[in-house]
Design a protein around this ligand. Structure first.
Ligand code: KMH
Ligand code: ZN
Length: 305
């Protein structure tokens, strides 16, 4: 790489839809805790906040716009961070249900999952004692008949409705084929350059969390999208910091947060989202780069602002 390096955009995914509050006391699920942790993450250096809602009474996944409404105004009033709403929902939701919050709040960004797949966290990715794995119960019985459904028809519906709001996408690509899906959708006129791709590694059902795979994904994206894309890297579980450090040195941006990993280091649970943001920021800065402000992220990603 030569010339002036772009600042690195840190996205922080605050709570997600996969981890349960039984796994870590730090995982936020009440509206106040989600807002507090999002605000602290922004103060620590996250330019983008990737947000899911939870049911306030038990921490289950919620895609109800009214649950998003319980924390979004506080976050918007207290930070300048880019708001990125998830359209992932749960494996049981339709695409219409999944995009309802983004249609209601018209955020600068939302997620766009680029292919259908099996979807699970890897049983060996976490080591916490509360996390007891049972292959039959956790991975077969619970997921029988369910896939993470993102057909071309789903993607097309979501893209068409959300583009009318001028919302830009975090294109989540969990394997190399998803990059080809994205190219096809661009050729079909669904998405316009510049695009923002989140390379996702280490989900059971997607590509593994290896540096070789990061290089392969980037090389494939370079071939498919030339200079009309920006990218970021998300490593699930124990791969989070390792891949973030590597990706930031390859010209990429990074995503951290308790949605993707409950840990701060091997075997030690993170105390908060901000702790992960502070750690990745320290790594980025010690390696000679700097982190992007929210307004720089807006400029880099072509957001409506
Ligand atoms: N949980 C991440 C691996 C979404 O919100 O749309 C993927 C994700 C999906 O963030
Ligand atoms: Zn998410």
């Amino acid at each position: 790489m030569s010339g002036k390096r772009s600042p690195v955009i840190i996205s922080c995914a605050i709570t997600g839809a996969i981890h349960t509050p039984t796994l870590s006391d730090a995982l936020p699920y009440t509206p106040d805790d989600i807002a507090d942790q999002a605000i602290e993450a922004a103060e620590a250096g996250a330019a983008v906040l990737h947000l899911h809602a939870r049911r306030p009474h038990d921490g289950g996944v919620s895609i109800a716009p009214e649950d998003f409404a319980k924390f979004l105004p506080r976050i918007k009033a207290s930070t300048n961070a880019v708001i990125n709403l998830s359209t992932g929902g749960s494996l049981l939701n339709t695409i219409e249900e999944r995009i309802a919050p983004a249609l209601r709040f018209s955020p600068e960004m939302c997620s766009m999952n680029m292919g259908s797949m099996n979807f699970s966290f890897h049983p060996l990715a976490g080591r916490h004692e509360k996390w007891k794995f049972d292959w039959e119960k956790d991975y077969i019985a619970n997921s029988d008949g369910y896939i993470f459904r993102n057909t071309f028809a789903d993607i097309s519906k979501a893209a068409t409705q959300l583009s009318a709001h001028d919302t830009k996408f975090e294109h989540e690509c969990y394997d190399v084929g998803h990059l080809y899906n994205l190219r096809f959708c661009m050729d079909s006129g669904l998405f316009k350059a510049p695009i923002f791709i989140q390379f996702v590694f280490g989900i059971l059902g997607g590509i593994g969390a290896d540096v070789d795979n990061l290089i392969f994904m980037k090389r494939t994206a370079d071939r498919l999208f030339g200079d009309s894309y920006r990218w970021s890297v998300l490593g699930a579980g124990g791969a989070q910091m390792r891949l973030a450090a590597t990706g930031s040195q390859m010209g990429g941006n990074v995503r951290v947060g308790l949605e993707d990993s409950l840990y701060i280091s091997h075997g030690t649970l993170a105390q908060s989202n901000a702790q992960q943001v502070a750690k990745v920021r320290r790594i980025i800065e010690e390696l000679g780069s700097r982190v992007a402000s929210p307004d720089e992220a807006r400029e880099m990603l072509g957001l409506k602002g």
